[in-house]
Design a binder for this molecule. Structure first.
Ligand code: ZN
Length: 451
């Protein structure tokens, strides 16, 4: 069954959405809220039935919560998430763009601009699909919620719009059947003779994000008569020990599933070579632990990102600090990280404290109606595709919804080449025109299947 999609309207709306400069800033006074108003007005103009039929609420500064009431209130709603904000374009890179970053230019088979893959493409596709379903007279049995935040790009922001939106649901006593957010997708990964299928990667887990601060205090004084080790020296030793003792790599369930699915996608001759997958699986561990993308799926990572010492060259530091950014593997907690750091640093003069972050969200199941729907619709639309559950490396808004939902999935149904897939936050961010129809069709089918 093929779905009608108004590709032209989708493309024009996305182009105009990119022209709204909805850049989020940590210092909210720098955010131009008028650009968000402009985006909201655009949605209203482009999607009249959505705004006539669904209940729209503005939550916080510019969060959008749309409720499409289902006929059976006993069923738990599904939620489709998105963020309206984009990362800034550094001034010095503006000239490197083939088409200006906020032009929404349609050229060379692509639609260009900041937000084209992260993630106005996805947000507009959701609204487009609902508008078309309404035009076709579709009435959902189960309630559908659309929730669009406005500051997802500010990692670890305590005023995250997603937190506000999730709390709004919680206060109303709403439990969700499932959540679908960005992360994942359908990059073409076919390698002739080796991989004969596209991999549709669906995020079922994401790492926790936290920051730890190491602090060393000492007496200070003049640098002409220093002790054997200054506070910075003691701190440096601690940093070296942290880097020398990484968290051990583990064969996680995500890696196991990835291997199984990859195996199915292999071309016939290659598959014979890989016949003894189960036999070689243990031997793969050290290999996978060396490749950065798989390695980060196998252990909690630590990166020392900031450091400070004395404010002046000839003054001994009274305080020296270092900040370690930690991405935590599901199954471990911030407490585990603190214990690990204290154990490897083994120096009481170094104070270790967690200064922010959250534990990883629990892994979502793959035997749920939502995961099955994603898998079936993807396989139908992208006939040469294998659905692979994976762990998202960055942080998404989805994690904030664990307070109202157990099943969180991260998937953007755009079939695009890997070089474009990787352009989020970069110069020449763009989306291919030929990926649009199927993406909107995906959301139509997704809503119809689950509601
Ligand atoms: Zn994003």
């Amino acid at each position: 069954m093929s779905e009608y999609v108004n590709v032209e309207r989708y493309r024009d709306t996305l182009s105009k959405a990119i022209q709204c400069r909805t850049v989020s800033h940590l210092d909210e006074s720098q955010t131009d809220w008028a650009e968000f108003d402009k985006l909201h007005a655009l949605f209203e103009a482009a999607y009249p039935l959505v705004h006539k039929t669904l209940k729209k609420e503005v939550i916080g500064k510019a969060g959008l919560l749309y409720t499409w009431q289902g006929t059976d209130p006993s069923l738990k709603p599904i939620a489709l998430l998105g963020h309206q904000d984009v990362v800034p374009v550094p001034e010095e890179t503006e000239g490197d763009w083939t088409y200006p970053p906020f032009s929404g230019a349609i050229a060379d088979g692509c639609l260009w601009g900041r937000g084209a893959v992260d993630m106005k493409d996805h947000v507009v596709a959701v609204l487009e699909s609902v508008e078309t379903l309404l035009e076709e007279g579709y009435v959902p049995t189960r309630t559908v919620l659309l929730l669009f935040g406005y500051n997802e790009e500010l990692v670890n922001n305590e005023d995250a719009a997603a937190v506000l939106l999730a709390n709004t649901l919680k206060e109303r006593g709403i439990r969700l059947e499932s959540v679908l957010d960005e992360g994942g997708g359908v990059p073409y990964l076919r390698i002739p003779g080796v991989i004969r299928k596209d991999l549709s990667i669906v995020g079922i887990a994401e790492k926790g994000y936290s920051d730890f601060k190491l602090t060393v205090e000492s007496a200070g004084g003049h640098s002409a008569s220093p002790p054997a080790h200054t506070a910075v020296g003691i701190l440096a030793k601690a940093v070296t020990r942290v880097e020398k003792h990484p968290f051990p790599a583990k064969m996680t369930p995500q890696i196991d599933m990835l291997l199984d699915k990859l195996f199915v996608s292999l071309d016939f001759p290659t598959r014979i070579l890989g016949k003894g997958l189960d036999l070689i699986r243990p031997a793969l561990r050290p290999v996978l632990a060396l490749i950065p993308p798989t390695a980060s799926m196998m252990h909690t990572t630590t990166s020392v990102t900031m450091a400070s010492g004395s404010p002046q060259a000839n003054v001994l530091p009274q305080v020296a600090t270092a900040t370690i950014n930690v991405r935590i593997l599901p199954g471990q907690t911030m407490d585990d990280v603190k214990r690990h750091l204290e154990r490897v640093i083994r120096d009481r003069r170094v104070k270790v404290e967690c200064v922010g972050g959250s534990d990883p969200a629990p892994m979502s199941a793959t035997d749920t109606p939502t995961f099955r729907a994603i898998d079936e619709i993807t396989t139908e639309l992208f006939e040469k595709s294998v659905t692979v559950p994976f762990m998202v490396m960055g942080a998404t808004d989805a994690r904030h919804y664990r307070i109202v939902c157990d099943q969180l999935y991260r998937y953007s149904p755009f079939n695009i080449p890997p070089n474009i897939f990787l352009l989020f936050h970069s110069t020449n961010e763009r989306i291919t025109l030929d990926s649009m129809e199927k993406a909107v069709a995906f959301f139509k089918k997704y809503i119809k299947t689950l509601t």
